[in-house]
Design a protein around this ligand. Structure first.
Ligand code: ZN
Length: 155
């Protein structure tokens, strides 16, 4: 691993630890992506807030997802602040539910990011429905993997 990768990994870990998100059941690459998204280093021409939360098609994805949150101009100023508010809400439930829900939010962000990149690099119009489907597949994969690894530890 080169120095820059190592530094990114440390910064990601420290930041996610601090805001209480290190326990997310998602792969390293998604954690790293969340860190970048909350530090405004993903995009140049548009804000992360618009690309991931406020663009019309992404709002449809958020609303159609199991999380059913509705980002809008009033409740989203900075993605970092919005995420922390979501974390606070998730934390009102029990711990394992909270971790699942944070993970789901991260996976939706990731699915939106992937669809947005297809638009930019392959000129494919983002489709909310297929993004939601992709999100569900990822959720099933990651959350099942996480369950399996938890069971292994218990046994
Ligand atoms: Zn837009």
């Amino acid at each position: 691993m080169c120095n820059e990768q190592l530094l990114n990994k440390l910064l990601t870990r420290r930041y996610l630890d601090r805001i209480g998100m290190w326990n997310m059941k998602t792969p390293q690459k998604i954690k790293m992506f969340i860190w970048k998204a909350t530090h405004n280093i993903l995009l140049e021409e548009e804000t992360n807030e618009h690309a991931l939360l406020l663009c019309d098609w992404t709002k449809t994805v958020w609303f159609g997802s199991q999380i059913q949150c509705t980002p809008n101009k009033q409740n989203v100023k900075l993605i970092r602040v919005w995420l922390q508010e979501m974390l606070r809400k998730c934390n009102q439930g029990n711990k394992s539910e909270a971790i699942q829900n944070w993970s789901k939010i991260d996976i939706i962000l990731w699915a939106i990011w992937k669809a947005r990149n297809e638009k930019v690099y392959q000129n494919l119009e983002p489709n909310p429905e297929s993004t939601i489907n992709y999100d569900r597949v990822l959720e099933l994969n990651y959350l099942n993997l996480a369950k399996e690894s938890n069971n292994e530890i218990k046994e």
